[in-house]
Design a binder for this molecule. Structure first.
Ligand code: JHZ
Length: 403
């Protein structure tokens, strides 16, 4: 395999086996036509960059049927409101006299984040390649372009050329294979003093929790502070701050600006040192992680086998993208799990990718409680347990990681 940035040869250090499209929930008539790819991961030592070897073409993942809606979690909706408030207070304070602030979101999904900027002070632009989710954002009267973000497409936004104060993204930059092209696009749009701010699942949190389910087709990279610093500094930008977030089981908010235009926060050397201590910046971290994943798989398979041998029934809660990795990697399918419930209307009535477990409504879960429930949206535990108060004691909740 080759590093997607340096193009140098690297050796994959782990394979998760054949994987379908993580969000490719499907009808039974399409079982035979399913697409699979070999999900291997490698680590570029030069950039300290954790990455997938192969991945499906972006259009196979982001199209007119994208079934993930940012607004599906109330806690995430309030996280994005806080993120927007933070930008308004901390970042925009020095632009107070500016008539209008130009703000772009890459991967704006259903507009959950951008709707917080719908007022006279902002010129906003959402860029979203999945047509169905972009439609929701357009309905909210958010200026949304239904295209992939790229350098070529960035030239279409003439009013924003070198004039954008803030470019934001959340859980999107790791989905973009050509990061150099992305940076060229950002460079084309960003003002001299502008900031590029993005949040992504954090490699350090994934290692710590052994939450290997963060790895799937859409997540081409798992970033660390070190890798982001290196990639951007090679391309004319400084990483000026990084702020840990609790979302999605541990994320990092990165703040990037043009080289030598901003002061670098003290957080950066602190986080880099922490990453060094915890082997997040080296190949050793990968090998430790691999061993932990293999043990976690063995343990989960054994737990499920024992439960079924005792005649216990098992349900799943939330058909997340992450669940596709757990189910396919551990060989768990409809013989082991009766159903997975989910709140997303577009997923209900379909089957899980590769493992073909039926997806049902949450109402069905409440009426057909199983002895055990696998919480696939472990990152939304607080929100879900709050919703399912009445059912907390009626089933035993578990996951592949400690809940
Ligand atoms: P959730 C998605 O991953 C995809 P997923 C994407 N690639 C990404 O990076 C992350 O988000 C950020 C259901 N649910 O948020 C709804 C309930 O059923 O962990 C959704 O189907 N009940 C862009 O899919 C799924 O969980 C609930 O109360 O792993 C979303 O899972 C809640 C809160 C969610 O993301």
């Amino acid at each position: 395999m080759f590093c997607k940035i340096t193009k140098k040869k690297i050796k994959p250090f782990m394979s998760f086996g054949k994987m379908p499209i993580a969000n490719g929930f499907l009808k039974s008539k399409n079982f035979k036509k399913e697409f699979f790819f070999n999900m291997e991961v490698g680590f570029s030592k030069d950039l300290s960059l954790f990455q997938l070897n192969d991945h499906p073409k972006p259009k196979m993942m982001f199209n007119n049927n994208y079934p993930f809606f940012t607004g599906s979690s109330k806690i995430m909706v309030s996280h994005f409101k806080n993120y927007a408030d933070w930008i308004k207070k901390k970042i925009i304070k020095n632009k107070i006299n500016k008539k209008k602030i130009n703000l772009i979101e890459i991967g704006s999904n259903d507009g959950t984040f951008l709707k917080n900027f719908k007022n006279h002070k902002f010129n906003i632009l959402g860029i979203e390649p999945s047509t169905n989710v972009a439609k929701i954002s357009k309905k909210l009267k958010i200026n949304t372009k239904n295209i992939f973000f790229s350098y070529k497409n960035s030239k279409k936004f003439k009013n924003f050329k070198k004039k954008t104060d803030i470019i934001c993204a959340a859980n999107v930059i790791c989905h973009i294979p050509d990061l150099i092209d992305l940076i060229k696009g950002v460079d084309n749009l960003l003002d001299k003093k502008g900031l590029f701010i993005f949040e992504e699942p954090y490699l350090g949190s994934m290692y710590k929790k052994v939450s290997y389910d963060q790895i799937y087709d859409e997540h081409i990279y798992m970033f660390s502070v070190n890798s982001i610093k290196k990639i951007f500094s090679l391309n004319g930008f400084d990483l000026i701050n990084a702020i840990p977030q609790i979302t999605h089981g541990g994320s990092m908010r990165y703040i990037v600006g043009r080289k030598n235009e901003h002061e670098i926060d003290k957080n950066i050397p602190k986080l880099l040192l922490q990453e060094k201590k915890n082997n997040i910046d080296s190949f050793k971290g990968c090998i430790d992680f691999k061993k932990k994943c293999e043990n976690s798989k063995k343990k989960l398979k054994k737990t499920i086998k024992n439960l079924l041998a005792k005649g216990k029934s098992i349900a799943g809660y939330a058909a997340t993208s992450k669940s596709t990795t757990i189910l396919n990697y551990c060989g768990i399918n409809k013989k082991h799990i009766n159903y997975i419930c989910d709140t997303t209307p577009n997923k209900i009535g379909l089957y899980t990718p590769g493992t073909h477990i039926p997806i049902v409504s949450v109402d069905y879960f409440r009426k057909h409680i199983c002895d055990y429930t696998f919480l696939f949206a472990w990152n939304h535990k607080k929100e879900i347990f709050n919703k399912e108060k009445k059912f907390l004691k009626k089933t035993k909740w578990f996951a592949h990681i400690k809940l």
